[in-house]
Design a protein around this ligand. Structure first.
Ligand code: SF4
Ligand code: SF4
Length: 200
């Protein structure tokens, strides 16, 4: 994770790691990140269990239909709204909600129901390769580093902010996202001034 002790900007209750404005990132593989499952907030896990009857019929033979095997035991974690995190179980080498074609069943359900594609997904699924850590929006570099294909190409033209534009907008909402964009402009301008000063 990135160091967070010098982050100054706070939006929607989260500090912003400015590294998200410069770190290059490309999303090119077929969802290797889902092979490790995800930590969901306890409330998100309860919500998913509440719609189990819609999820189970969409699962294939590689997925577990016994809902008692979908989640790991809850554990305390202050990075989650309810203060409790619940990991999705790994079944057949992938998140219990990932089907044999590499599709998330929660996303599949939302699309079938003509809802927003992320309606049923845990927030950390939506955010990755970004995450929250100790109250800051930052880069999930630990998870990126342990994956075989994630961001391993040298030809990434986009920053992680640009690559995750829609996800950040979804997370922050329109108004707060506009503030994030403004902060980005200010930060990059200051960075450029610093480069010019040091170069002169
Ligand atoms: S975020 Fe990384 S691991 Fe996940 S699909 Fe994109 S490149 Fe693959
Ligand atoms: S819930 Fe869906 S998006 Fe999240 S890790 Fe599992 S399969 Fe991937």
């Amino acid at each position: 994770m990135s160091e967070q002790n010098n982050f100054t900007k706070e939006i929607k209750g989260f500090l912003i790691d400015p590294k998200i404005f410069t770190f290059k990132f490309g999303c090119q593989c077929n969802g290797e990140c889902c092979n490790y499952g995800v930590f969901a907030d306890l409330k998100e896990a309860e919500f998913i269990l509440g719609i189990k009857d819609k999820i189970i019929p969409l699962m294939d033979e590689t997925q577990e239909k016994d809902v008692s095997k979908w989640f790991e035991p809850p554990e305390e974690d202050e990075d989650f709204d309810s203060g409790v995190a619940v990991g999705t179980e790994i079944i057949n080498g992938k998140c219990t909600f990932l089907d044999k074609n590499g599709l998330c069943t929660l996303q599949k359900l939302a699309i079938i129901e003509d809802k927003h594609q992320w309606e049923y997904k845990p927030m950390y699924c939506i955010l990755f390769p970004l995450t929250t850590f100790e109250g800051a929006i930052t880069i999930d570099d630990e998870h990126i580093d342990r994956l075989n294909y994630c961001n391993k190409s040298d030809v990434n033209d986009l920053t992680i902010f640009e690559a995750c534009h829609d996800e950040l907008k979804h997370f922050f909402g329109e108004e707060n996202f506009a503030e994030l964009e403004k902060y980005r402009e200010e930060y990059l301008t200051e960075l450029q001034i610093g480069v010019e000063k040091n170069g002169s």
